[in-house]
Design a protein around this ligand. Structure first.
Ligand SMILES: Cc1ncc(COP(=O)(O)O)c(C=O)c1O
Length: 394
């Protein structure tokens, strides 16, 4: 894959006609190192967030060998990572899939949130005696920008009994939950752990593992989460107060926080109509969260000569498909002189960007390049942390 220092250099050399996925493996590696240095337990990467080989290589080189997988293709993709340990955390799985995961790929860790799923796992694995079972608890997601509640998680009434039933079938028993994606306050984890502690005590089953799930935040425009250290502190302090027994292994399962910064997309303006910029990627491409989740990505004009002329103005971005929901309202603050043929680098699309991109309407084909410069914003290190820092630096 071609490598450039900056998006400007890329534009100078290739003036791309298609959108370009700009991969920054060093950003994924930095995030992975942060979790291994700060989180008191194993980090399991939620593979669904980004499956690009370059990103996976960066994460594994930085020490990530555990993966949260949700399907056989995902299992297949990481099964040859040396020392890979796979956690099949989709709470509803097909019987054949469970059997193939167990017998063909050696998966031992499975999530469940019902008695039916417990029976399914036990029978599909031939009453295996070496199962690691994670009971997924329902927990409210009041602090998350993308709440995930309502689909998965055993309720308060059934949790104690399900935990006890799973205990009888599990070599190792875990509890897990998801506080929602892009959780904005550290208490999200504290509150969920409190609930987990109550359910565990009510059931009386001894657990071996406590998986706090994903939800660790990244940075978007107007979205400034507290430092990640505060999230880890909330987890550690709450766990110290829980009476769930000694020696419980803590684990986490981030997706977004590990990879959001590791990709941007370089798009071209195909038309300008007043404050609307029609660009060659959109909601059915890597910018789903910009259209459907209310996110505004950091964005900057990229001109081959590196110039950023004039003061900034607010723009909407409109994707290339003929669908009228293909709109990222932003606002995106860009120089007022921007027009057809200009390029924009849109940051923070590394999580749930390329994996959600479809070929709808004939779009969805990307060029790819590695960029060695820093992402526009970061939760880690010394690169500019806020869009306001970035604007004043221009
Ligand atoms: C079971 C599970 N774990 C982890 C994640 C990762 O979440 P996030 O990207 O918010 O960290 C998800 C995302 O949907 C998930 O479903």
């Amino acid at each position: 894959m071609a490598e450039f220092e900056t998006a400007e250099e890329l534009v100078r050399q290739s003036a791309p006609e298609r959108p370009v996925l700009c991969v920054r493996p060093h950003a994924a590696a930095r995030a992975a190192r942060w979790f291994s240095e700060h989180f008191p337990g194993p980090t399991i990467y939620a593979l669904k967030a980004n499956t690009a080989p370059q990103i996976l290589a960066a994460l594994t080189d930085a020490g990530i060998t555990r993966f949260d997988v949700a399907s056989l293709p995902e299992i297949d993709q990481v099964s040859d990572v040396p020392q890979a340990r796979l956690y099949f955390m989709n709470p509803v799985k097909a019987r054949e899939t469970i059997a193939r995961a167990y017998f063909d790929y050696g998966v031992r860790a499975f999530a469940l949130d019902s008695f039916d799923e417990l029976d399914k796992i036990v029978s599909a694995t031939g009453n295996a005696a070496d199962l690691q079972l994670f009971v997924r608890l329902a927990c409210p997601n009041p602090h998350a920008l993308i709440p995930l509640e309502g689909k998965y998680g055993v309720n308060e009434a059934d949790a104690p009994e399900l935990l006890m039933a799973a205990r009888q079938r599990a070599e190792r028993l875990g509890v897990t939950f998801h506080v929602g994606s892009q959780a904005m306050t550290p208490q999200s984890f504290g509150e969920a752990l409190q609930i987990a502690g109550e359910r565990i005590c009510a059931g009386g089953a001894m657990i071996d593992m406590l998986d706090v799930g994903g939800g660790f935040p990244s940075r978007y425009v107007g979205v400034e989460p507290p430092p990640l250290e505060a999230f880890v502190s909330s987890i550690v302090e709450t766990c110290e107060r829980l009476t769930i027994g000694e020696g419980v292994q803590l684990m986490c399962e981030p997706g977004r926080a590990l990879v959001a910064e590791a990709e941007s997309v370089l798009v071209r303006v195909e038309a300008r109509r007043e404050h609307d910029l029609y660009i060659n990627d959109g909601a059915f491409g890597t910018l789903y969260d910009g259209a459907y989740s209310g996110f505004t990505y950091p964005a900057r004009l990229v001109r081959p000569d590196g110039g950023h002329p004039g003061s900034v103005q607010p723009f909407r971005l409109l994707g290339p498909t003929c669908d009228s929901v293909d709109v990222m309202p932003g606002p995106y603050w860009l120089p007022g002189c921007i027009g057809e043929g200009d390029y924009i680098e849109i940051g923070q699309v590394g999580a749930y960007g390329r994996v959600l991109a479809s070929g709808f309407n004939g779009f969805g084909a990307y060029d790819e390049a590695v960029l060695t410069d820093e992402p526009m914003v970061t939760m880690y290190g010394d690169a500019p942390k806020r869009m306001s820092d970035r604007r004043s630096a221009q």
